[in-house]
Design a protein. Structure first.
Length: 445
């Protein structure tokens, strides 16, 4: 039996309808050298049992964080996830509601998004938040488009110490738009404030900064935001939500828009997706915020209820006047983040952040005691830091993997002048014994 159930008469009907004689004519615009030559090399069919066995065998080759001690970072972190997150988020009422619109969204789902917005505001120090975006890179790009729309200016400055995927995504978003993107260089792992002062002008719509940045270093947010506001531009901060447990929130320092990656809030690493973008801002930007906002109201009997509000800025309603293409949100991931934030609470988040801070500094101190290893940057950091070594980075990381340790991420992939460096991230999950084992593996490499 064919994989597709289209019969020859049906094919002829479709070709006749579009005015094409045969399949060959249909594909005629495709150069012959680009077409498939011969049959696909597809193996013989198998039974369902055989297919499942083969897939299980392939999956067994994966070495995930359950098999390796994980010190990987650069935007994705191995944080502890309370059991209650999986227990509640896996309920059928939640896992089926991927794109809830007003007509189909239940009160329970809407309330969960409302709580998500509320807790994101508490973490970022902002006035308002939307019901989530896809992930942090597109959240950065959406924030820039919002700044362009709000200020009428056409220039955007982004720190070269921001996550590379955010820089590249922003370049893609703005490629065919009237927006000039300028990268501000970093010095000793932090955004060069003097270069920022030189680059910013009255055409600048926004300055994008990361906290902590891609190197794990803590930026001087207060001064950078001040420089930005003096030029009449908006300050956009891409923020690690866990950092709110020990550091001042960007909103408290004057940030106009705060975005970030919510993966640390109860979402497994799961090979990179799906993740969770969050976005919050000052109240004056409410009608410019992309995506959707859930609001609370009262019915005629005085009972509290929830509804989608201000979604008229989306393209399915406002069309060419829409401020964004975003017309959905990461419902299930936002649900997980809501459950995570509610379960750990303010005190728990502070404890998690404190453990990350203390363990990362212990790890950095012990690694730097080894011959051939040192900190790349003499700058304050949170839970991640960059190590410089006189040894071959790939061989060092490979040796550690052979010892059951994912020791870090090679930085040469993104920065050619850092081929001798790798980033190490230490979360609250890492024990002193695991950190000592990492140090020993690096010593032997």
């Amino acid at each position: 039996m064919d994989f597709t159930q289209i019969t020859e008469p049906q094919k002829k009907l479709m070709l006749d309808t579009i005015g094409v004689k045969d399949i060959e004519e249909l594909f005629s615009p495709i150069p012959k050298e680009q077409r498939l030559k011969g049959e696909l090399n597809i193996p013989n069919s198998c039974s369902e049992f055989e297919v499942l066995s083969d897939l299980e065998s392939l999956a067994g080759k994966n070495r995930d964080t359950g098999k390796l001690t994980c010190f990987l970072g650069c935007g994705a972190y191995d944080h502890f996830i309370p059991t209650v997150v999986d227990a509640l988020a896996s309920r059928g009422e939640f896992v089926t509601a991927y794109t809830p619109y007003q007509a189909e969204a239940s009160q329970g789902t809407l309330q969960a998004f409302y709580e998500f917005q509320t807790m994101i505001c508490q973490i970022t120090g902002s006035d308002i938040a939307n019901a989530s975006l896809y992930e942090s890179a597109t959240a950065v790009a959406e924030a820039v488009l919002m700044a362009r729309s709000s200020t009428g200016r056409t220039k955007v400055l982004i720190s070269s110490a921001c996550f590379p995927d955010a820089v590249e995504t922003l370049a893609t978003y703005t490629e065919d738009q009237d927006i000039e993107v300028v990268k501000v260089p970093a010095a000793n792992g932090r955004t060069d404030k003097e270069k920022l002062r030189t680059a910013i002008d009255d055409k600048t719509a926004a300055v994008v900064i990361q906290f902590p940045n891609f190197f794990g270093v803590l930026e001087d947010l207060e001064e950078i935001i001040s420089i930005t506001h003096q030029a009449g531009a908006l300050a956009i901060v891409s923020f690690d939500p866990i950092a709110s447990g020990v550091f001042k929130r960007p909103g408290d320092l004057g940030a106009d828009v705060v975005v970030g990656e919510g993966q640390a809030l109860g979402i497994p690493l799961q090979y990179g997706a799906p993740y969770l973008g969050f976005m919050s801002a000052k109240e004056q930007f409410m009608r410019k915020l992309p995506g959707r906002i859930v609001g609370a109201a009262e019915d005629k009997d005085g009972c509290r209820g929830f509804c989608l509000v201000l979604q008229t800025r989306e393209q399915h309603i406002k069309r060419e006047r829409a401020t964004s293409n975003v017309c959905t949100n990461q419902g299930l991931m936002a649900m997980r983040a809501s459950i995570y934030m509610a379960s750990v609470g303010k005190q728990g988040l502070a404890k998690i952040a404190s453990l990350c801070l203390d363990k990362a500094h212990y790890a950095a101190t012990e690694i730097c005691k080894l011959d051939g290893y040192s900190l790349k940057f003499d700058a304050p950091f949170f839970k991640e830091f960059v190590i410089k070594t006189d040894r071959n980075v790939e061989k060092v990381l490979s040796h550690c993997r052979s010892q059951g340790i994912s020791a870090g991420v090679a930085m040469g992939k993104w920065f050619k002048d850092m081929n001798d460096c790798f980033a190490v991230a230490v979360t609250e999950k890492r024990t002193r014994q695991e950190i000592d084992q990492l140090v020993q593996a690096l010593k032997q490499a």
